[in-house]
Design a protein around this ligand. Sequence first.
Ligand SMILES: [Zn+2]
Ligand SMILES: [Zn+2]
Length: 480
Amino acid sequence: MDSARPKRKTTVNVNYKEKSELDLVQEQEREANVIKKAAKKPEPSKPETPTKLAGKNKSQDKSQYVPVDEVVPINFQPKCDQEFNVLLDLKGAKVENNVLTLKDGTRIKKGDFIYMICEPPGEPYYIARIKGFARKEKDDATKSAKNYNFEVCWFYRPRDLNRKSPDARLLFASLHMDECPISSFRGFVTVKHRAEIEDLDAYRMIPHSFYFEKLYDRYMVKMYDVLPTIKLTNLPPNYYKALTKRYEYIFVEVGRGQDLLSDPKNCEKCMQWAASSDSIQCLRCQKIYHLLCVDPPITNKPKRGFAWFCAACNKELEEELSEKRGHMLHSGLPSQIAASIKDEDSDASEDVSSSQTPMEVESRSESIQTNETELPNGKLARYEELAIAFLEADKNLSFEKRRELEEWPYRYLGMHAKLEDALDLQDRPYPRAASRLGTKHQFTGIVDWYGHPVVYYDDSDYPKARSRKKKYQKEDYVAD
Ligand SMILES: [Zn+2]
Ligand SMILES: [Zn+2]
């Protein structure tokens, strides 16, 4: 097993040869016999010592007392009627099309959840999902299982992440992959997403059943919310179909999933689905419009804390105001009226930031002067176009076959991913972080040194309104 996986702390001397099932059973029978004998022949002469069962024994006759600690080993467990350790007999086993078939007909396939012996043995088994089978010798085309390793995708237990959880059935998904020998297989488990379980308490009672609802990424050192794609509602129809066909789960930043699980949001004007990144909501009537469906189109979404009103509401607001304050104000600019309303409305004015840069004020007054005369543009959004193309190219593959082709069951679709990324077959499923390029993270206040004027490069390849503005100002300064 790869040494990159965090090792569990252990103080015992480790014997890497596990006892076989038979040995365990025999040992347990021996232990049971010892207890029976001890129960038949109590030793009344022995002085009573405090034991775990002391409380129970106090009220009973002293002659029935059994010094349990002396005959029952401290790690005694009652005999388990279910087979727990499943050691595979790999003689004559074959691997074909991501399915391992044993001689007795048992099939272990891609997508199965399994126990793997942990390192060191004696600790709880590792739990993994089979991602596939990898050849040990790349050139050797034999199908014998001896030539193959498991490719597994781990689930972490809370203890692996140094988290304390009283719930022994809780797991965390991961994008952590390893190649492991097939012989470290120890049995099948059930792993479900929390949303797929109706009664969690009943589910916990079933042996070998685990659940997860979060994904831990060890490179981001961050937890993500995992959502089953089938449960997502706030997505355009074709995109939803394509996404569910490819992935079983998506993961997003913690708390960001609510938007995807809410009722589908459609533009009032063109009735098409509206992503929150390219749409705007009226503060008054709560209706949603695409930025490009309002007239004139809005190029930049107003900053957080800035209210926007649709044309109808804007008109009503003006009328209300003129009634309140007489007709003197009617000639005022709509932006001023809106601002004064907001000042009166204490709830709404709380989230308005006190400092306003000229650019923000500009975008605000611009966004308020809108009316709905423009015809809806019939063009589909890019993610819908891509989704239709994907479904068309993929129509010969069934749902199961498509998902089997996918390397990972999870995919990142959080705030730093575009919707269309999930339809790109070349795109990787890993989480992303915000870009660290730009004036916020790079130093720009370079001063001239004697005889070495500061030279600026054309950054038109990186169209970002604010940084360009600043740099042009500096160019002017240098030219002076
Ligand atoms: Zn629209
Ligand atoms: Zn409105």
